[in-house]
Design a protein around this ligand. Structure first.
Ligand code: CA
Length: 235
């Protein structure tokens, strides 16, 4: 990856020694690192920097990591968020994942393991997260407007998309041309961590197909991968 495509990581953390270690490690790895030590300025920084990933401490002066995470997701940013929590806050893991964090690490953690997780998350995230959320998407003859939540198909009235459908599409787009399991969709779109109710996913996919595909029974874009799950196929 060239320097022009240097990935940006925001570190929201108030512990000087940890900031030092993280900055050093990540810069050595070739990342562009931005530090925020004050919780209340984190969301502004996100909007200025447009990062590819965020490391987010939970206990911060000014604003908590939870609130920052929630606000960032409400702004529809989809970049990965890895939460950094103290050992006695481990109980908060579920809350963290429920409000939109992708992963968490309990302090003290090994920097190598954190780096491995960062690299893995960034491989999964696609380029669209770099410019923030996309709002317009064309799938063959269907034009999707995700900001206004509707689909235009030739010769039809605009079709309304539900909030969940928009979230589902945004997630599918983030993993374009990659197989995605039902469990992953439940976790990432529905934020269910442990659920066996994968039927929920199938029902929503089927309704979404009816809206975005020209022939939903023979989908060209939102395809089923038997034994695997689904994939958004785009040339
Ligand atoms: Ca802290």
């Amino acid at each position: 990856m060239s320097n022009n495509n240097q990935k940006k990581i925001i570190i929201v953390e108030d512990e000087p020694s940890l900031i030092f270690t993280l900055r050093d490690t990540l810069e050595n790895e070739g990342y562009e690192v931005h530090i925020v030590e004050e919780g209340s300025t984190a969301v502004d920084k996100v909007q200025n920097i447009d990062p590819d990933l965020m490391l987010l401490d939970l206990m911060l002066p000014g604003k908590s990591g939870y609130d920052i995470c929630k606000e960032v997701r409400e702004l529809k940013y989809t970049f990965p968020i890895i939460m950094l929590t103290a050992r006695d806050q481990e109980i908060d893991k579920v809350t963290g994942l429920n409000i939109g964090a992708d992963d968490y690490m309990t302090k003290p953690f090994g920097v190598k393991e954190l780096l491995a997780r960062i690299n893995a998350r960034l491989r999964r995230a696609t380029t669209y997260t770099k410019t923030g959320p996309i709002d317009n998407l064309t799938l063959g003859p269907a034009e999707l407007n995700l900001k206004e939540s509707y689909v235009n198909k030739p010769g039809e009235e605009p079709i309304q998309l539900t909030t969940r459908e928009v979230e589902l599409i945004r997630y599918l787009v983030s993993r374009t041309n990659e197989p995605i399991s039902r469990d992953e969709l439940l976790e990432k779109v529905w934020r269910y961590e442990h659920s066996t109710n994968t039927r929920t996913v199938d029902v929503h996919i089927s309704k979404l197909r009816a809206k975005i595909e020209i022939n939903p029974d023979d989908p060209k874009y939102l395809v089923t991968l038997h034994g695997v799950g689904y994939m958004l196929k785009v040339d």
